[in-house]
Design a protein around this ligand. Sequence first.
Ligand code: CO8
Length: 260
Amino acid sequence: MTRLSCVDYKKEDEIGILTINRPEALNALNTEVLEALEIILEKIEEEDIKLLVITGNGEKAFVAGADITEMSDMNTMQAKVFSEKGNRVFSKIETFKIPVIAAVNGFALGGGCELALSADIRIASYNAKFGQPEVGLGIIPGFGGTQRLSRTVGMPKAKELIFSGKIISAEEAERIGLVNEIVEAEELMTTTLELAKKIAKQAPLAVEMSKKVMNEGINMTISQGLDYEAASFGALFSTEDQKEGMYAFIEKRKPKFETR
Ligand code: CO8
């Protein structure tokens, strides 16, 4: 287990687990937490893992937002710097080579919802709650919410949530596509790790490339995206994993992927 400030990291087989550990403030993100996340994420990038899980410590909150106390007296420049710091960390998560799953164990509000949005997949417990309550504080989402929420749930729903600041249940979040799956709180980690292990069994380069092609393709025209897919599809045919995956099928055995 590595601990830096209020962020814990441990490795379980091929899966990394990152925990925001500041339960006394419902895991709110202050500068210290963001800086610790930035440093730890850089270290994790060098680790031999196939998937990263991000969660919050305690039963109540995933992350209840950016730290309101710290933000309250910021001036324009400080707020911009804080927003850019968060964006740097969350973009790193979004573009992480390996898949990232957010295991949302409670409140995911403001910056917490934005952190979950930067992951590839969100699994939530029934007690999780989601929302972007920033307008009630006189600000707007500043860690990517205005961009990633609409790309995830569509512009009308994102506008409804951001304009009203309303907090929605895990069931509602699942209904609108913000959450992939909801489970009982005590099953959150088991379910998340089951999915993580299933992903970890697939050909690593293929998983990595599908993430990249999907993430980058969404900002392209459909024809550019299809060209990008074809080029990436072709590139995988010069990997051992493609030969192993296909020959294992033909030889009726389980593939043994050696990459990474
Ligand atoms: N920041 C700082 N402290 C917090 C935060 C937060 N976001 N959320 C909770 N806490 C603290 C509380 O102050 C309290 O501390 P203390 O015990 O010292 O009084 C402790 O955590 C427990 O919280 P509560 O007593 O309030 O617990 P409740 O169960 O009564 O309520 C809620 C739980 C509903 C989650 C409530 O705490 C709440 O509304 N929190 C704030 C939610 C929020 O508005 N989040 C959005 C923040 S803004 C944001 O995230 C913007 C992101 C972009 C930033 C861009 C940079 C410029």
